[in-house]
Design a protein around this ligand. Sequence first.
Ligand SMILES: C[S@@+](CC[C@H](N)C(=O)[O-])C[C@H]1O[C@@H](n2cnc3c(N)ncnc32)[C@H](O)[C@@H]1O
Length: 210
Amino acid sequence: MTEQRWAAVDEYLSGLFVPPDPFLEAARDPGSVSPLQGKLLHLLARLAGAQAILELGTLAGYSTIWLARALPPGGRLVTLESDAGQAELARANLERAGLADVVEIRVGPALETLPQLAGPFDLVFLDADKRSNPEYVPWALRLSRPGSLIVADNVVRAGAVADAGSTDPSAQGVRRFHELLAAEPRVSATTIQTVGSKGYDGFAVALVTG
Ligand SMILES: C[S@@+](CC[C@H](N)C(=O)[O-])C[C@H]1O[C@@H](n2cnc3c(N)ncnc32)[C@H](O)[C@@H]1O
């Protein structure tokens, strides 16, 4: 199986499950989740009955739109982005998508903006700098409640997660992230390896149980 084949299958399935949408397409960036992953985030948020969502890593707002569209009337989404230019672009994309009143973008490194937030959030999506994922776990727990979901993207990193000797800070970050989740009595977690248009990676899902 080649990456070309994975991408062809993604294209086929996206054609079935993700109707064309100019607002999503305008917000899509090579660094965004894929359309099928965006739909998965949307479904997870709906399954969780999420009324408040926290996202780390906005980029141009693609996953933000998927998540925000899962909210019921009166729901809210806070998204954290360190790059002011990206935040501006995301703001325009969210406004065009009619979500300006639902989504609040906080600009700055997440470790500086997280302490300003009040939870609980029903779903926390970790998709910022992977090297900091271990530091985001305690924040995700502090800002959630029993029953909340914590979801993280890019946590397999083409298999580097299994390489204890990797010197890549992101690989080390996702290793430590998994070890923390596994040792945390307040969550029940799993990670699924994924292939597709974004190559070989993985999604972690953790249910906050206590
Ligand atoms: C993988 S992209 C997010 C993709 C987005 N969630 C989507 O799927 O459309 C990661 C984003 O995190 C941002 N970022 C990197 N380090 C950060 C930090 N310390 N705090 C907040 N955002 C950060 C980057 O600027 C980038 O926009």
